[in-house]
Design a binder for this molecule. Structure first.
Ligand SMILES: [Cu+2]
Length: 485
């Protein structure tokens, strides 16, 4: 829904009055309603369009192959309905929290103004139960993004949804576009996320921590995450009741793949097809064709595929764990492939971030860094604690940067677990030094892996830098990037 400026002003006055009457705890002195402040991230061009969206976090019932499970979601579905805007739009989100605990919404991948970033205690007040908050920001860059709570283990419920920012300069030319949200699922069919976290901590104290949830499903010493899940979902559907995506033979389809899981890296493949990766984390790359791709928590990959005639399994295989996330692609008649069918495309080495190079339009200006900082990722299962530069978040020493500087981070994974490292409010370009790798906001570091990234300090504030494994983050694997005064 697009509003003219006059209609927008009229409607925010109404919203402001309602906030005043409710008197909920979130309407603090920074109340953004009607604010005239603009984002410090200049959009390439402002559209002048205001998109008004409503969002409600609430308890909902999710049908998993005929079994009703109680969970939390955005709106009335898992994933929540996609948000859509065009780069340069101003987005106003009337958010209401109908959960029984406080929450806040983080707009993952959007380099927006700091006070809208949705991190309680750092950028944005939390919304208490029954509370409301109005988010108001300009969306700076096109791409495949998403949103989720930045609050304890809430992400490991059903609280996630796509946020697609269209590029007015991109004609698309796709016959169809499918958003695929991948998730590891336990809520209502296994222990709750809080119970899992308590168990990880208890196992760590007793010294039996290497098993996570009992060590089920670990294969060949691979890093299998810390948690074994009873089910893996694509677009909120169980593998035995998959979503069917319909198209015609020969159609050229854009897949927007988002890993919304808490503890699971996936390998994604479409049976009998190759995938041509065109973007990661919203930014274009030099296209690379592969039979499968590996996606860490928080990452996004866009891939184009030209469809054959038939019915094909689209599989998200959890790395190092049992089970599969599953959807079906149907372009012709015929029976669906059996649930156990595993595409041979998954047998090849999946495409990983190291194979990607930024498109010219996504490169940061080449310059020598003004500052170089280390980001050491470490931790253990016993005790269950995860650290950045040797500290858990409660006594972290933040990274620092000055506005306008070019910063380089040497990120090193000193552990035998993989960690997707996410930087808020910024995007970075992967090295080698000077940057030819892809532009991203989340980078998956395999066990003992290392990468150097460059970022431009153009968005002042105090920003989270953290592992996107929800259990690692909650166990301390977070720090901040603070702008020097
Ligand atoms: Cu981690």
């Amino acid at each position: 829904m697009d509003l003219t400026r006059r209609e927008f002003v009229a409607s925010v006055v109404g919203a402001g009055a309602a906030l005043g009457v409710v008197g909920c705890g979130v309407a603090d002195s920074r109340a953004p309603v009607g604010s005239t402040r603009v984002s410090s991230v200049a959009p390439r061009s402002s559209t002048g369009i205001v998109r008004r969206l409503t969002l409600r976090a609430q308890p909902i019932t999710l049908d998993l192959a005929g079994t009703d499970v109680q969970t939390w979601g955005f709106g009335d579905s898992v994933p929540g309905a996609p948000f859509r805007a065009t780069a340069g739009d101003r987005v106003v989100v009337d958010f209401r929290n109908d959960l029984p605990e406080a929450t806040s919404v983080h707009w993952h991948g959007l380099a927006i103004r700091n006070d809208m970033d949705g991190v309680p205690g750092v950028t944005t007040p939390e919304a208490p139960p029954g509370g409301t908050f109005t988010f108001d920001f300009v969306v700076p860059e096109p791409g495949t993004h998403w949103f989720h709570p930045h609050h304890g283990m809430q992400l490991d419920h059903g609280l996630y949804a796509p946020f697609i920012i269209d590029d007015p300069a991109d004609p698309g030319n796709y016959d169809a576009e499918w958003i695929l949200m991948l998730d590891d699922w336990t809520d209502g069919i296994g222990p709750s996320p809080m119970e899992i976290m308590d168990r990880l901590i208890a196992d760590g104290e007793s010294g039996s921590g290497m098993g996570g949830m009992g060590g089920m499903g670990r294969m060949g010493g691979m890093d299998a995450g810390d948690v074994e899940y009873p089910m893996y979902l694509i677009n909120g559907r169980a593998p035995s009741d998959p979503k069917t995506l319909a198209a015609r033979p020969g159609d050229r389809v854009l897949l927007r793949i988002i890993n919304a899981s808490a503890d699971t890296v996936f390998d994604v493949a479409l049976d009998s097809h190759d995938l041509t990766v065109t973007h990661t984390d919203g930014f274009p790359v030099q296209p690379v064709t592969s039979s499968a791709l590996r996606i860490g928590m928080g990452e996004r990959y866009d891939a184009v595929v030209t469809l054959s005639d038939g019915v094909f399994a689209l599989i998200a295989a959890p790395v190092g764990k049992r089970g599969m996330g599953r959807a079906l692609v149907r372009t012709g008649s015929g029976s669906a492939p059996g649930e156990a069918i595993r595409p041979r495309e998954l047998d090849a080495s999946p495409l990983t971030v190291g194979a990607l190079r930024a498109a010219d339009s996504a490169r940061l200006p080449q310059r020598e860094p003004d500052s170089v900082q280390d980001v050491l990722l470490s931790g253990s299962m016993a005790p269950y604690a995860w650290t950045i530069n040797g500290h858990t978040y409660d006594d972290t020493v933040p990274l620092t940067i000055r506005e306008g500087d070019a910063g380089r981070l040497h990120i090193r994974n000193m552990s035998m677990m993989s960690h997707p490292l996410h930087v808020h409010g910024h995007t970075f370009q992967l090295g080698p030094a000077g940057g030819s790798g892809p532009r991203k906001d989340t980078v998956l570091l395999p066990p003992m892996g290392r990468v150097s990234v460059d970022l431009a300090a153009t968005n002042p504030g105090s920003w989270m830098v953290h592992c996107h494994n929800a259990y690692h983050a909650d166990a301390g694997m977070m720090t901040r990037l603070d702008y020097a005064a």
